[in-house]
Each structure stands twice: as structure tokens, then as C-alpha cells.
Design a protein around this ligand. Structure first.
Ligand SMILES: CC(C)(COP(=O)(O)OP(=O)(O)OC[C@H]1O[C@@H](n2cnc3c(N)ncnc32)[C@H](O)[C@@H]1OP(=O)(O)O)[C@@H](O)C(=O)NCCC(=O)NCCS
Length: 402
């Protein structure tokens, strides 16, 4: 006989809200939970400042606009991780350190080749990071130095894993990293098998810089909660990957491309927006838990998407996005977020939609690691309280009397 996963009296209705108020816990009215912890300050952090009202973002005191214009992913990673911009020699040493750790072990490659067809790429990435931990004899070492070493290793290797996931899905062999290339250029080279043009390299570099850090977003908060139990770094990062995968977080960029594909052409966008609005549907790539104005990262991705739409001679995806932005903003009074133009941009860069969230992860890894280190350097276990709204104490009823 099949055992139901959920008790029958719970299916289809909320047993808590449907029970009589007289039987409810009497203290429930005294407290109120803040749904989604919205606007709750849960940690002190020196890593980034997300100003929702002004629509601005700073990494370690440097405005994202300046970093987007002048920095590289390697330099931004150094900044996020160590707190200061590197000198020339520090940057060289850091970049070389990443290059040395790009290659994957036979165990990880074997795993990636064996996963069942159709497995979500983020699930593959999550398992691959877990396997890295299993085969690391020092995985349980718990001090800042060990965490620092492993943070850089994960930053180096995650792009290689993502590229290998793409190659294997396409029936190709993974490509060995090329140490003569920058992190962004090598990432594209390992995905596509050809060295990228300077424009394509710059686009990837910008995507990596812009996605690297964003305060206590769901995945980063998850990483900090896990790290605060004093477990290993791999556990914190696999937890963060699981959170990022969701469509309300990092999975939104994949959903945006799927939507654009489903709509099909610019002239159908307005109707689609009206119909979705009428059904009270969700517009992926719009709205933000913190920004009340435009996401400061979106303009860069929009401009790159525009440029690549011209370069590739395929303006449809950019044009549809612009049309959708116009109608969605008018309909829901919410601006587009980082995920919206990242969808058409990555599509122009030849990255398949189902891999977009993995590209996000290849960048956000450094933000997660910086937060984990910050958490354990002044640790306190993270343990909020639930506001109990269930039954008051009631007598146990023996099985044959129910
Ligand atoms: C990001 C997001 C989860 C933030 O949620 P939030 O903190 O509750 O934001 P708000 O307070 O502005 O949202 C309140 C209401 O506004 C409306 N709203 C917000 N964003 C919306 C969107 N993209 N489409 C339709 N309605 C939206 C909804 O009615 C929402 O209530 P609901 O979440 O119960 O449906 C939300 O805007 C969303 O789901 N966006 C789409 C997914 C996405 O792009 N995620 C990537 C974020 S970087």
C-alpha cells in the first residue's frame, strides 16, 4: 500500500488556519512574525551596501558603477574577499592562484559524466561541489586560513564545473582550462571551445562583477546560517547553491528567457503582459525585495544586450525585452532587476538558458565565501524564534480511538 506523504486532513487546506480560533494557542496574538524577514537586520556586514531607496550598490565602499567600468572579476573578488583593492603584485599573485586551481579532479569529471540526462544544471553543480568536499582530506579544518584557501579554490573551480556541465550536455568532452586567459575569457573558452572576442570577454567579466555580491540575499543568508553552526565550507556553499536555484532568486534569469521564447515576437508582448496581469501572474525579472527603484546592475546588462543584439544581427530578444520592460513597469510599478537583461545578454553570448543560474553561481561564489568568513570570524549561531500559531496543549488520543 502507498503511504501518503502528507496526512489526508492536511491536503488541500491549511489545517492551522481552519481550526477553531478557540483552540488556537493563546499567545499567538501577542507576537507577529515578519514574513520573509523583510527589512529585518540580521547581521552586521562590511562587505556590501545595498541601498534600496537610492538604488545603489557598493562593494567594500566602492560603487558598482566604478567597478563595472574599471575593474575585473579577479580584482573585484580580491576586494570582496580581503576588503581592499589589491596592488599590482597582489592581483597577479591572486589571479595566478585562481589559474592554478581551475582544473577538475577525475572524480568530479566522472560524476558529471554519469548524471542522469535532464538533471537540472544547478543540481549537478551542487552535487559536484559536495563531491569536491568528499575528496578533500582537509574539508573539516575549521580556521580562517583553511576557509580562505578553499574559498579561492571553489571560486576557481566552479566556472570549470559549469563549463563541463554545458559541454557534456551537448555531447562534447570538457575542455581543459587555459592559463593564458583571464577568468572570464577562460570561462567562455571552456564553454564554447573558442577564445572569446574582446567584447564577449568584457561581457562575461561584467556579468561576473555585477553578480558577485548582494548583501543578505536568500543564498548568502543560507550560507551564513549554515556556516554559523561551525560546519564545513562545502556544506555552506551547497546550501547556498540550493537557495540560488529557486526561480524567485537566481533561477529568475532562466525563467525570463523561457518567457521570451514562449511569447515569440515583439508584437505579442503587450497582449501577453495584459493577460498575465489579468491572471495575477508573476513577471520574472521584475521587482526586488530591497530596491524600490531600478536595480543599479540592470542598466549595464541592458546596454551590453543592446550592443550584442546589433553585433549578432539578431535584435529580436533585446527588442522584446525592451517592449516587455515598458509594459510590465506600467502594469505593476516595479522595475526590472539584474536577472531581466541578463537573460537576453547571455542568450546572445551563446549560453543556454538552463545554464544562466550556474553562471550567476560562478560569480556569487566569492560573495558567499566572503560572508562565510565574516560570519565565522565573529560567530553566533543563527536561531530565530517561530511565533507558534498552532493548537494549545491537548490530550493524546490513542490510535484505536481516532
Ligand atoms: C523579487 C521578489 C521575490 C521580491 O518579493 P517581495 O519582497 O515580496 O517584493 P514586493 O514587496 O515588492 O512584492 C509584493 C507584491 O508585489 C507584487 N509583485 C512584486 N514583484 C512582482 C512581479 N515580478 N510580478 C508580479 N507581481 C509582483 C506581488 O503582488 C507581490 O506579492 P506576492 O509576492 O505575494 O505575489 C518579487 O518581486 C518577485 O517574485 N519577482 C519575480 C522573481 C524575480 O525576478 N526574482 C529575482 C530577484 S533579483
Amino acid at each position: 500500500m502507498d503511504v501518503p506523504i502528507v496526512a489526508p486532513h492536511v491536503v488541500g487546506s491549511d489545517s492551522l488556519t481552519s481550526c477553531s480560533p478557540l483552540t488556537m494557542n493563546s499567545s499567538a496574538m501577542e507576537n507577529t512574525a515578519t514574513k520573509g524577514l523583510k527589512n529585518i537586520i540580521a547581521a552586521d556586514s562590511k562587505i556590501s551596501r545595498v541601498d534600496g531607496a537610492a538604488g545603489s550598490l557598493m562593494y567594500r565602499g566602492y560603487h558598482i558603477d566604478e567597478l563595472a567600468e574599471h575593474s575585473s572579476f579577479e580584482e573585484t573578488s580580491y576586494l570582496l574577499f580581503y576588503g581592499e583593492l589589491p596592488t599590482k603584485s597582489q592581483l597577479e599573485e591572486f589571479s595566478n592562484g585562481l589559474k592554478e586551481q581551475r582544473a577538475l579532479s577525475a572524480e568530479v569529471l566522472a560524476h558529471l559524466k554519469e548524471v542522469p540526462k535532464g538533471t537540472h544544471p544547478m543540481a549537478q553543480l551542487r552535487s559536484a561541489v559536495s563531491i569536491l568536499g568528499e575528496f578533500d582530506p582537509g574539508a573539516e579544518e575549521h580556521n580562517s586560513e583553511a576557509f580562505g584557501k578553499r574559498s579561492l579554490m571553489l571560486t576557481a573551480k566552479i566556472s570549470t564545473i559549469v563549463a563541463a556541465i554545458k559541454r557534456i550536455a551537448e555531447g562534447n568532452e570538457p575542455i581543459e582550462p587555459d592559463p593564458s586567459l583571464s577568468h572570464a575569457a577562460n570561462f567562455m573558452y571552456m564553454m564554447n571551445g573558442v577564445k572569446p572576442s574582446p567584447d564577449a570577454e568584457k561581457s562575461m567579466d561584467l556579468i561576473l562583477i555585477l553578480h558577485a555580491e548582494h548583501g543578505l540575499c536568500a543564498s548568502t543568508f543560507s550560507a551564513r546560517v549554515i556556516a554559523a553552526t561551525l560546519t564545513d565550507l562545502y556544506s555552506a556553499i551547497t546550501g547556498a547553491l540550493g537557495a540560488l536555484k529557486g526561480p524567485l532568486h537566481g533561477g529568475a534569469n532562466t525563467a525570463v528567457l523561457n518567457t521570451l521564447k514562449a511569447i515569440g515576437s515583439v508584437d505579442k508582448v503587450e497582449d501577453w503582459v495584459a493577460q498575465t496581469r489579468a491572471k495575477k501572474g508573476k513577471f520574472m525579472g521584475f521587482g526586488h525585495a530591497v530596491y524600490q527603484t531600478q536595480d543599479p546592475r540592470a542598466k549595464f546588462l541592458k546596454e551590453l544586450s543592446r550592443r550584442l543584439s546589433i553585433e549578432t544581427g539578431d535584435p529580436k530578444w533585446y527588442d522584446m525585452s525592451v517592449e516587455m520592460e515598458k509594459h510590465v513597469v506600467a502594469a505593476i510599478k516595479r522595475e526590472c532587476n539584474v536577472d531581466f537583461y541578463s537573460a537576453s545578454l547571455q542568450h546572445y553570448m551563446g549560453i543556454p538558458g538552463e545554464l544562466f543560474t550556474c553562471v550567476f553561481a560562478a560569480s556569487r561564489i566569492i560573495g558567499w565565501c566572503a560572508h562565510v568568513l565574516e560570519q565565522i570570524s565573529d560567530n553566533k549561531i543563527i536561531r530565530p524564534k517561530a511565533n507558534y500559531i498552532g493548537y494549545d496543549l491537548r490530550p493524546y488520543v490513542p490510535l484505536d480511538e481516532r
